[in-house]
Design a protein around this ligand. Structure first.
Ligand code: GLN
Length: 195
């Protein structure tokens, strides 16, 4: 498998690197356009999407990233990474941009203060019989998904928290902190299929 990257300007980079290395991948931290050019797929971690946006513009990564996504590079975004992949975002900070690619509308910080952070088990048939232990931390939800988007999982109240469109995968929660590796395996399968 060619090298894969983790967007490393902000967020829980280390956790994603550890999961991917545990799966045997050659993992690079991506902070520059030159580093991006060397990877065949990218994980965008959890963190703060508005800061990721600012830093990716400052480091000249925004346009190369948009180009790679348009060219079909596999990307997996968790939480803030999901926001970065969304074409539309509600409750963004003023001037905040996303990279886009996923035909969804997400709402930032979609859970009230009491549910700021919570954990739950989610059924996710696409990943097998075993439920996913999902950790939500100031998480977004998908409030609207276009016709080409596959919904992988929703909460009991119907709110969508995991989606896929082509080789773009996104979860509102953090499998990388819960010992859950199936999303990263799925991402690596997309990379294998694309290369
Ligand atoms: N609330 C953060 C944002 O808007 C996302 C939180 C997370 O990634 N855990 O980017």
């Amino acid at each position: 498998l060619p090298p894969v990257g983790v967007f490393a300007l902000q967020g829980d980079v280390r956790e994603h690197v550890a999961v991917l290395r545990g799966l045997g991948a050659d993992v690079r931290e991506v902070r520059t356009p030159a580093q991006l050019a060397e990877v065949a797929g990218l994980v965008i971690p959890g963190g703060e999407s508005s800061v990721m946006d600012k830093l990716s513009r400052l480091f000249g990564l925004r346009e190369p990233l948009r180009q790679r996504i348009a060219d079909g590079m596999p990307v997996y975004g968790t939480c803030a990474g999901m926001i970065m992949l969304a074409d539309r975002v509600l409750d963004a900070i003023e001037g905040q941009l996303t990279l886009g690619g996923l035909d969804v509308t997400v709402r930032r910080n979609a859970f009230g203060t009491q549910l700021d952070s919570f954990e739950t088990d989610l059924a996710m048939p696409a990943l097998g019989e075993l439920p996913v232990h999902a950790v939500f931390i100031r998480a977004p939800v998908v409030v609207d998904a276009g016709p080409d988007v596959t919904v992988l999982s929703a909460l009991d109240d119907g709110r969508i928290v995991a989606v896929e469109q082509g080789r773009l995968l996104a979860t509102a929660f953090h499998p990388e902190v819960a010992g859950e590796t199936r999303f990263h395996e799925r991402f690596l399968a997309h990379v294998a299929a694309a290369s």
